[in-house]
Ligand binder design. Structure first.
Ligand SMILES: [Zn+2]
Length: 134
């Protein structure tokens, strides 16, 4: 059992994010205790943040920032933006707490932002290949 302050931090974290139990992935929304009602696991903010940072959407966003950054760096006009994306990638991988406390809307926005340059470059490459081979 943690201190009152730990408990208050935990309650704030659960009420502002769509936190899930690290043990059984149970949705903890509205929970008032510091134990998972499904599997009985003791919950801590640290444990929840770690679990959340491992989620597929966070990995997909980090990977998208990296892929877009590298691809942009290989283009003549996008190199500077590519460096910005690589800086975002480093920031994304090194600040799990901030990323984990984002709401669902912000997470979706980041995912789209991360993959947009990579998708555009893929479309341009596909068009060039079509022109060459057809
Ligand atoms: Zn659980």
């Amino acid at each position: 059992m943690g201190t009152d302050r730990d408990h208050a931090d935990l309650m704030r974290y659960i009420s502002t994010t769509d936190a899930r139990c690290p043990g059984c992935d149970y949705n903890l929304g509205g929970l008032l205790a510091d134990r998972c009602p499904e599997c009985g696991r003791q919950l801590t903010v640290r444990g929840l943040v770690k679990h959340r940072h491992r989620s597929p959407i966070f990995r997909a966003t980090g990977f998208g920032l990296l892929v877009s950054g590298v691809l942009l760096c290989l283009t003549c006009y996008g190199a500077l933006l590519g460096l910005v994306y690589l800086a975002f990638f480093i920031d994304w991988s090194s600040s799990p707490l901030r990323c984990a406390s984002m709401g669902p809307g912000a997470r979706r926005t980041w995912l789209v932002l991360a993959w947009t340059p990579a998708a555009l470059i893929a479309i341009v490459l596909a068009r060039i290949l079509l022109m060459v081979f057809i």
